[in-house]
Design a protein around this ligand. Structure first.
Ligand SMILES: NC(=O)C1=CN([C@@H]2O[C@H](COP(=O)(O)OP(=O)(O)OC[C@H]3O[C@@H](n4cnc5c(N)ncnc54)[C@H](O)[C@@H]3O)[C@@H](O)[C@H]2O)C=CC1
Ligand SMILES: CC(C)CCC[C@@H](C)[C@H]1CC[C@H]2C3=C(CC[C@]12C)[C@@]1(C)CCC(=O)C[C@@H]1CC3
Length: 345
């Protein structure tokens, strides 16, 4: 009888490995002695120990070679939230994730770790110390979040101990750090256009921002602790810095660190949210004629003006998680990594 060769436990694949989080994850996996296969629609770097496979994750035939002899897969690919493209999110995050699961099963992969998002429970209203048992948002704030919910459900429901296919989801929030293409660049662009003078609301709302290395640490712990007898099978885990900070203090620290002025003047939350909603509707109506992207989208205003921070107690208890980089150090390292975004550069 032919015996199936069990893939090496030190060989893994990172789908979305060319992205911000994906690349940090790949670098840490290499440090820890893994050999890594990256699957992404684009290739953004080269590293010894990494094999690149370029393709669309919606294509199972393209995925399979990247999963050959791999026992562990990290799925951290997604279209950028700012694209606000419903069809693209549905195709990649929902149908594509079904394809990823099928490809993993066909290739004999034993563990799948999904990068979900803490936003799957966020509806635009306050969440204080939210735990994983909060229900999924019934009215998600955008298409991105809507499809991240469906994606997480698909991955967690696919966990099958009998068949030896184990899954877990990590829910980070507000990832920042060197090479982030989103948070700091958008913030600096807004400041350079003179639009970062205002604080939305009273400025006291607490939010989680998570240094990328802590997110990576959470993913690796989840993967290494995932066994058929572990409590994490088929479960989601919040991974944050565990240091909620006032949204506007975080923005101010980054801006001041890069030489820009901190926002000072207050605007009422409801007024800004209503204006953002009207602008978003206008952009939607005018889309066939012209394209414009408002900076203050309803999603960003909701994120900037409400409390939303999450408890990591479950990750601490089941995974032994503890942040490895403090918020203070994370901000300092991030600011230092963007010399080209400094005022006057
Ligand atoms: N950045 C943040 O604050 C947060 C991000 N997340 C999640 O973390 C994950 C990683 O996000 P980032 O690194 O920030 O984004 P990113 O945009 O830097 O990386 C995503 C990667 O996915 C790839 N990708 C997109 N569509 C693909 C497709 N059809 N086939 C193959 N590859 C494809 C992109 O090329 C890119 O390299 C995503 O799943 C995102 O939803 C969750 C919470 C917060
Ligand atoms: C213009 C300013 C009011 C805001 C500038 C900063 C924002 C670009 C970021 C502040 C919070 C960030 C965030 C995300 C993207 C970037 C911000 C809106 C996510 C939506 C990324 C994807 C997720 O899963 C959740 C994140 C929440 C926080």
């Amino acid at each position: 009888m032919a015996t199936r060769v069990r893939p090496s436990s030190k060989r893994c694949a990172v789908i979305g490995g060319s992205g911000f989080l994906g690349r940090h994850l790949v670098e840490k996996l290499l440090d820890r002695g893994y050999s890594v296969s990256v699957f992404d629609i684009r290739q953004s770097y080269e590293l010894p120990g990494v094999t690149f496979h370029q393709g669309d994750l919606c294509d199972k035939q393209a995925l399979l070679p990247a999963l050959k002899d791999v026992s562990l897969v990290f799925h951290c690919a997604s279209p950028a939230p700012a694209s606000d493209d419903r069809r693209l999110f549905e195709r990649v995050n929902i149908q594509g994730t079904r394809t990823v699961i099928q490809a993993c099963v066909d290739a004999g992969v034993q563990k799948l770790v999904l990068t979900s998002s803490a936003s799957v429970v966020f509806e635009g209203t306050d969440i204080k110390n939210g735990k994983e048992d909060l229900p999924y948002a019934k009215k998600p704030i955008d298409y991105y979040t809507q499809t991240k919910i469906e994606q997480e459900k698909l991955v967690l429901e696919a966990c099958d101990k009998e068949k030896g296919f184990l899954t877990v989801a990590i829910r980070p929030h507000g990832i920042f750090g060197p090479r982030d293409p989103q948070l700091v660049p958008i913030l600096v662009d807004t400041a350079r256009r003179g639009k970062m003078k205002f604080i939305i609301g009273d400025g006291t709302n607490l939010v989680d921002f998570t240094f990328v290395e802590n997110v990576v640490h959470g993913h690796i712990l989840a993967a290494e602790r995932l066994r058929s007898d572990s409590p994490s099978c088929g479960k989601p885990y919040h991974i944050t810095n565990d240091e909620p900070i006032r949204f506007w203090d975080f923005m101010s620290e980054v801006l001041v660190g890069l030489g820009y002025a901190a926002p000072r003047y207050h605007l009422p939350y409801t007024l800004v949210y209503t204006l953002a909603l009207l602008l978003w509707l206008l952009a939607l109506i005018l889309r066939p004629l012209m394209s414009f992207k408002p900076t203050f989208t309803p999603m960003r205003v909701a994120l900037a003006g409400t409390h939303h921070y999450y408890s990591c107690d479950r990750a601490k208890q089941d995974l032994g998680y503890k942040p490895v980089v403090s918020l203070k150090e994370g901000i300092a390292r991030t600011v230092q990594s963007y010399p080209h975004l400094k005022q006057g550069a």
